[in-house]
Design a protein around this ligand. Structure first.
Ligand SMILES: Nc1nc2c(c(=O)[nH]1)N[C@H]1C(S)=C(S)[C@@H](COP(=O)(O)O)O[C@H]1N2
Ligand SMILES: [Mo]
Length: 318
């Protein structure tokens, strides 16, 4: 069993893992045993930790994106993660070393002029990268402030040349239970899938993340390429993306597939709308003892509220 001391800023165990709380603990423990056995699997390639695009870091900071709070300490952000492919605790950085993030191919398909595949580093170099400081708010009611490096997803949408019928994009993580033991947990709707409307995907704040703290993004943060949508709960920010599909209908997401009564498609941050099991009014600032009031759209209301005009009847806040 894992026995660890709780830091002052961590939520009590009862509140710390609400995204997974309703999952059967015994099922998970059975899976965890498989995870240990899986570590000994022979023949698995070791992840190459040097990104062919590492010369792009640190990237120039775009000063248009400023923060109202100090940055979270790099070590803390890198050791308090949600990446269910590698386990359900926050302590998955070790297990995520198994992720073979290079070479990595991203498939662009669906309603586009011409589907294609592209190597992640080729794409990153083509798009160019910049640094932005964003707030990051998990539905579990904790938050961080992070220097991400990446490029606006809009640039990739332009590269893909969507057909007029494309209204949404669906983004998927790899599916490889040998590499990611958490995917051996068959009751979870793998692969991890997320989606955005085309308007959200092409909003200036929506970032394809390739780096963090001035370096290529490490495995536990979703190497080699992950999404960041700072006005939505963290679960929308899918990691280790290998497929982006342009579609006509609203795509089903991992969390909707798991528990639609608690997690929806929109997942915009709103302090006034509680999760069915806990309040969203405030957030624990990781690395400090501070609890801050949560801001509407995580503080990005001025930029994004317009995206939701006319959608007031939708379930925008879950
Ligand atoms: N593929 C994948 N992406 C994922 C997750 C996951 O389990 N698998 N967890 C999500 C959740 S709930 C959060 S809060 C963020 C955490 O990102 P971080 O570990 O880089 O802080 O990743 C999101 N993206
Ligand atoms: Mo989350």
């Amino acid at each position: 069993m894992l026995i660890r001391h709780r830091a002052g800023w961590e939520l009590p165990e009862s509140a710390a893992t609400p995204e997974s709380v309703y999952l059967d603990r015994r099922q998970w423990l059975a899976g965890a045993a498989g995870l240990v056995a899986g570590t000994a699997l022979p023949g698995l390639a070791r992840a190459d930790t040097t990104a062919p695009t590492s010369d792009l870091y640190p990237a120039k900071r775009n000063e248009a994106f400023t923060l109202d709070r100090p940055l979270t300490e790099e070590k803390l952000a890198a050791s308090y993660n949600n990446f269910y492919e590698f386990g359900m605790s926050k302590d998955v950085a070790g297990a995520a070393k198994r992720l073979v993030a290079r070479p990595w191919t991203i498939k662009i398909d669906g309603l586009v002029e011409k589907p294609f595949e592209i190597d992640a580093d080729e794409l990153i170099r083509k798009m160019g990268v910049e640094e932005r400081l964003y707030r990051f708010r998990c539905v579990e009611a904790w938050s961080m402030a992070v220097p991400w490096t990446g490029f606006p997803l809009r640039k990739l949408v332009e590269l893909a040349r969507p057909q007029s019928g494309a209204k949404y994009i669906q983004m998927q993580t790899f599916l490889d239970p040998r590499m990611a033991p958490g995917q051996g947990q068959r009751w979870l709707p793998w692969p991890y899938t997320e989606g955005l409307t085309l308007a959200e995907a092409t909003h200036d704040l929506t970032l394809m993340v390739t780096g963090i703290y001035g370096k290529p993004v490490p495995n536990q943060h979703g190497a080699p390429l992950r999404l960041i949508v700072p006005w939505k709960y963290g679960f929308k920010s899918v990691k280790s993306i290998n497929r982006i599909s342009f579609v006509a209908e609203q795509p089903k997401t991992f969390w909707e597939g798991l528990q639609a009564s608690e997690y929806g498609f929109w997942a915009n941050v709103n302090p006034e709308v509680a999760h069915p099991r806990w309040s969203q009014a405030s957030e624990q600032v990781l690395g400090s003892r501070e609890r801050r009031p949560t801001l509407l759209f995580n503080g990005y209301a001025e930029q994004v509220a317009g995206l939701y005009k006319g959608l007031e009847k939708e379930r925008l806040w879950a």
